[in-house]
Design a protein around this ligand. Structure first.
Ligand SMILES: [Zn+2]
Length: 186
């Protein structure tokens, strides 16, 4: 279950050295367009398999056709337990400090950049696997709002702005890539 740590490294190259440090967030925002299509496709397939596995283990049982934005949010919360990004609580003395001077008990979460890229890949995979674009749960309004809130909160909690130098990947691999690119918009 390390799909996110795996997925992060090729896309956010600067982060490979120390993904756990709070400063890693500054590099998260830079989504380069350099990811080779094969790598993207492989990652997308792995992410899709992970999500299908999650559905199979879901209690009560959940089929893809019944999957809604709320279930996607459930999935993202589930992934947070594997997160490596320190996100300070509002009452933590280090809230808003990019380089805290000492450890604190605040939780580790998935970084916004990882979640945003993941949702883009799953959104494309859903339609490639026969899902109806009209009811794509990964494009649900609730998911977009959630991602925006995560971005805003993580940027406040860690004293970094996700707005600076944010580049969108150019769609390189045909029509499906456009869904990914639009998923990154708010
Ligand atoms: Zn803290």
């Amino acid at each position: 279950m390390d799909l996110l740590s795996e997925s992060k490294n090729p896309r956010f190259k600067n982060e490979t050295s120390s993904p756990v440090t709070p400063t890693a967030a500054t590099t998260n925002s830079t989504i380069t367009g350099t990811t080779p299509p094969n790598r993207y496709e492989n990652q997308k397939r792995r992410d899709w398999n992970t999500f299908c596995q999650y559905l199979r283990n879901h209690r009560p049982p959940l089929s893809l056709a019944l999957c809604s934005g709320a279930h996607v949010l459930e999935f993202l919360h589930y992934l947070d337990q594997f997160g490596k990004t320190k996100v300070h609580n509002q009452n933590c003395p280090f809230f808003g400090l990019p380089n805290p001077p000492a450890p604190c008990p605040c939780p580790l979460r998935q970084a916004w950049g990882s979640l945003d890229a993941l949702i883009g890949r799953l959104r494309a995979a859903f339609e490639e696997n026969g899902g109806n674009p009209e009811s794509n749960p990964f494009g649900a309004r609730a998911v977009r709002i959630y991602l925006r809130d995560v971005r805003d909160f993580q940027s406040k909690a860690r004293g970094v702005s996700y707005e600076k130098k944010r580049k969108r990947p150019k769609p390189k691999i045909g029509a499906n890539a456009t869904t990914t690119a639009t998923a990154a918009t708010t």
